[in-house]
Write a protein that binds this ligand. Structure first.
Ligand code: BJ8
Length: 426
């Protein structure tokens, strides 16, 4: 799309066009430095570059075209919101989490300063009119996971037309499962009201197969990363997971399966993005939304390669599929509930399965160490960082815990810590 077409599109969405263009200019430079400078990238990475270059252009146009035919757009901030239901209602499902500081000052006019940057970022993007996805949404769905998000939706909700907050329980007892099952039904009803479409068993079954296929492609990619030399950089694999929240699910699945075919060929030839024996690290913790690439860049420019992401923009969102053997509506809603209640978010107590998952993932991916990534002011993951450290010590896996935000001020300090950690693994 040409610059003038882009601009007209953003004007129609009532973005702050000047501030938005300044943001895209910074992002373009950032992307060039962090992504395009990599050596030995896969040919399939062209898809990633293209989607990223048009993430506020062609994809938004596509969404607007769909809206013109009557489709509705639903925006979410958490992997607890079942995409299967959104698709079954004939709507488009997009992730709205943001990974940049832009807009944070505005966010701090309605949120406490001691709020994590993930929350400040999406609130700031709305208040500063920087996100074409938020402005395209007909319904925004929040959820009661951490206290920061739960309370932020009250303030955020005042600036959007329609908001639905899904109650996510914090324990996994039978009564919690029953509560979440009723919330799945309440979300289904909200979608039916929004779209005017009834969610039938057949539509939900088909949508579930679509989302399972997307998760299966991401699982395939994750398992291929066990190869040494690492066939794909952590940065590119993270980008694949980030794009899974924006692109059309069927197109995305096809592209990622083609990328995996190429990776298999690369593995068969013994080729990779780093030499065999390069220290391999698993990142665990808070999700990294676009364009939060700071830590992956630091790690991969410090002599290590990232082989997995234990986060919601990674393994936590792709590990489990929905059972599609039941084809009646109640059976499918049960299967959805069961799948989503397996998510091991740090907002749950107890959450011991997360520790087991991290240890198993580190083993499967032959990781030499684990870096826990927590966003400053994120209580749930800060608490679990201690437990993960203990579990890794018991499993004999070297461990480093990092707490940071979206700012660049601590780049030098983080690099020193990561380099020292990598040094101990070599
Ligand atoms: S299921 S991880 S996407 S809630 S970083 S906002 S936890 S204070 S993002 Fe998450 Fe859903 Fe859980 Fe996943 Fe709060 Fe922490 Fe901020 Fe966080």
């Amino acid at each position: 799309m040409s610059d003038s077409v882009h601009k007209a599109l953003w004007e129609r969405l009532e973005l702050d066009v000047e501030a938005h263009e300044a943001l895209l200019a910074v992002l373009g430079k950032f992307y060039g430095d962090i992504y395009l400078s990599q050596e030995g990238r896969l040919q399939g990475a062209e898809y990633l570059d293209f989607v990223l270059s048009e993430v506020h252009g062609l994809r938004i146009q596509e969404i607007q075209d769909a809206k013109a035919t009557g489709k509705k757009v639903v925006g979410t901030f958490c992997v607890f919101v079942p995409e299967e239901l959104t698709l079954a209602a004939g709507a488009i499902h997009v992730g709205l989490c943001a990974g940049a500081k832009a807009g944070s000052e505005k966010a701090e006019t309605i949120l406490p300063r001691s709020t994590c940057d993930l929350i400040k970022s999406f609130v700031g993007f709305k208040l500063a009119r920087l996100c074409p996805y938020i402005e395209s949404c007909d319904l925004i769905v929040g959820e009661t996971t951490c206290d920061g998000k739960k309370k932020a939706y009250e303030a955020f909700g005042a600036s959007v037309d329609a908001m639905h907050v899904l109650e996510v329980p914090h324990c996994k007892m039978p009564s919690d499962r029953a509560l979440f099952r009723s919330e799945v039904v309440r979300y289904k009803e909200a979608l039916e009201k929004l779209t005017g479409n009834t969610i039938t068993a057949a539509a939900l079954h088909e949508a579930t197969i679509t989302v399972n296929a997307k998760r299966r492609a991401l699982q395939r990619l994750a398992r291929l990363r066990a190869a040494d030399p690492a066939p794909i950089s952590g940065r590119d694999a993270l980008l694949v997971n980030q794009i899974s929240f924006y692109d059309d699910p069927t197109r995305f699945t096809d592209k990622i399966n083609v990328l995996c075919d190429e990776i298999e060929t690369r593995i068969a030839k013994g080729e990779g993005v780093a030499k065999a024996g390069t220290p391999r690290l698993l990142l665990a913790g808070c999700p990294m939304a676009v364009p939060n690439w700071k830590l992956p860049y630091i790690v991969e420019s410090s002599g290590a390669v990232i082989v997995g992401e234990e986060s919601c923009i990674g393994e936590r969102n792709t590990r489990d599929l929905v059972d599609v053997t039941k084809t009646d509506l109640d059976g499918l809603l049960d299967a959805l509930t069961d799948r989503y209640m397996k998510i091991d978010c740090a907002c749950f107590t107890p959450n011991t399965e997360r520790l087991e998952h991290i240890a198993a993932l580190a083993r499967e991916l032959k990781a030499d160490g684990v870096i826990h990534y927590g966003l400053l002011f994120c209580q749930p993951y800060a608490h679990e960082a201690f437990k993960v450290g203990k579990a890794m010590t018991e499993a004999g896996v070297p461990y480093l815990s990092i707490e940071t935000d979206y700012g660049m001020e601590d780049m030098g300090q983080l690099k020193t810590r990561v380099e020292a950690f990598v040094e101990t693994l070599s």
